[in-house]
Design a protein around this ligand. Structure first.
Ligand SMILES: O=C[C@H](O)[C@H](O)COP(=O)(O)O
Ligand SMILES: C=C(OP(=O)(O)O)C(=O)O
Ligand SMILES: [Mn+2]
Length: 445
């Protein structure tokens, strides 16, 4: 394990996708404040999650990772957080019950505020301004003032993450996630959607099973609370470095900004600053792997990020696109497996399937998302490895951002309720449909 590099050393590596701040003193002041803040998560919780992901890599559990592409500060409301949690809990119930597999629940939540972009700038009506890089960096409004990179936002990320995490913790341990609430999660939803009705049927079966358990005197803790962890892309080095702390139990460094951190497709350079920082922390971590990834790239990343080959430490999140996965994934999985690397394989069926409509909306087709997940399952079946999970961009609200699905959303519907500030998310109905379809694939696997 490499030692934690200092911030200057990371900056010297010329990290990709970083903000350009005009006022260095303001950056230093923000970093100093962050270094004094208490941890958002505990190292022991990160270890627990690592154990669960180790079960995923052994083929004994399935990972459900989901949430917004980009959280926003204004989105930190009780309703918004509850709705996201609710859809994830519903999906997890569907997967667990229909496929009889333990589900590891991981939110893209409480820290997912920074975005890598394909272009540094955005032009509208002849005016060019810095691209929006997530609330952690600048504002979404198309004005020079809002698009300025402001280091004070790093401190705001901390507070927004803390508020979100506080509510999530209360929900998952304080009764909301109690399995006896399976019906309650579905109210306002059943009547108008096929997947809502399928869910209701499944909830009835769960009720009956629980009544039986209660009748024979069993009332396990698992009925009343769930384990739920947080994750985000570790993109901004100032922020992640300031929240890297030495755990008092083990004297080892953890990034206490979230339980699980991942390196994005655009920042996974082997000699880059993101790999350097994440190789030094002990959290469970992931790396996104796009369609150009070679087996040597993946093996190099595994050697750097998990030299001890510790189970649960490393997750490869592949995002190839529906049209490429069947062609490109087999050789990657075969070579990584043949070299004995211990890794959990997870499918992100979103980022390889984005396109822009003629009216300028970034969208994804539900069928492409499903086709990529199906390709992922098929490839792992043919190689003899475990399709360990899915990583999805979703929301608990009835937005219109992805086309298709049971509601047959068309391109023309996108303008009705398009709220994402970055990538299009599955809405509540589409998310539940995905869960039922994946449950079916899992049963066959
Ligand atoms: O998740 C994020 C996007 O895929 C990423 O930010 C790139 O988006 P862009 O191509 O619109 O910049
Ligand atoms: C930017 C993202 O993904 P990727 O790094 O895979 O493009 C994301 O997860 O929002
Ligand atoms: Mn995204």
């Amino acid at each position: 394990m490499s030692p934690v590099p200092d911030l200057e050393a990371l900056r010297a590596l010329g990290p990709a996708q970083q903000p350009t701040y005009a006022d260095r003193d303001a950056v230093d002041a923000a970093v100093t404040r962050l270094r004094r803040m208490p941890p958002l998560v505990f190292a022991g919780e990160c270890d627990e999650l690592k154990e669960k992901i180790a079960a995923v890599s052994r083929g004994e559990a399935f990972l459900l990772q989901g949430g917004d592409c980009a959280e926003t500060f204004s989105g930190v409301t009780a309703d918004n957080v509850r709705n996201k949690l609710r859809v994830l809990l519903q999906m997890a119930v569907v997967l667990t019950y229909a496929a009889s597999v333990p589900v590891v629940k991981l939110g893209r939540i409480a820290g997912q505020y920074a975005k890598p972009r394909s272009s540094d700038t955005e032009t509208r009506d002849g005016l060019t301004l810095p691209a929006y890089r997530g609330d952690a960096v600048n504002g979404y409004d198309f004005t020079a003032e809002d698009r300025r990179h402001d280091p004070q936002r790093l401190v705001d990320v901390y507070h927004s993450s803390a508020a979100t995490l506080n509510l999530v913790r209360a929900f998952v341990t304080g009764g909301y996630a109690d399995l006896r609430q399976v019906h309650t999660w579905n109210t306002d939803f059943v009547r108008d959607s096929v997947s809502g009705q399928a869910y209701e049927k499944l909830a009835h079966e769960i009720d009956r099973a629980m009544q039986f358990m209660t009748a024979i005197g069993a009332d396990p803790d698992e009925f009343h609370r769930v384990d739920f962890h947080s994750s985000h892309e570790a993109l901004l080095l100032e922020y992640e470095h300031a929240l890297t702390r030495i755990d008092s139990r083990t004297e080892l460094p953890y990034d206490v900004s979230g339980h699980f951190l991942w390196i994005g497709e655009r920042t996974r350079q082997l000699e880059g600053a993101h790999v350097e920082l994440l190789s030094a922390i002990r959290n469970p971590i992931g790396v996104k792997l796009g369609p150009t990834t070679t087996a040597d790239d993946a093996l190099g990343l595994a050697a750097r990020l998990n030299p001890a080959n510790e189970p649960g430490r490393l997750t490869f999140i592949t995002r190839f696109g529906a049209g490429r996965i069947r062609d490109k994934l087999p050789q990657l999985v075969e070579k990584v497996t043949a070299s004995g690397v211990d890794v959990a394989w997870v499918c992100d069926p979103m980022h390889g399937n984005t396109f822009e409509t003629s009216t300028g909306y970034k969208t994804r087709a539900f069928d492409d998302v499903i086709e990529e997940v199906q390709g992922f399952f098929d490839v792992h079946r043919s190689v003899g490895t475990w399709p360990g999970g899915v990583h999805v961009e979703l929301t608990g609200d009835d937005v219109t951002e992805c086309v298709g699905g049971g509601e047959l959303l068309a391109e023309i519907d996108l303008s009705n309720r398009y709220e994402s500030v970055c990538d299009p998310r599955l809405n509540r109905v589409q998310s539940l449909e995905l869960a039922f379809l994946v449950a079916e694939m899992l049963r066959k696997a």
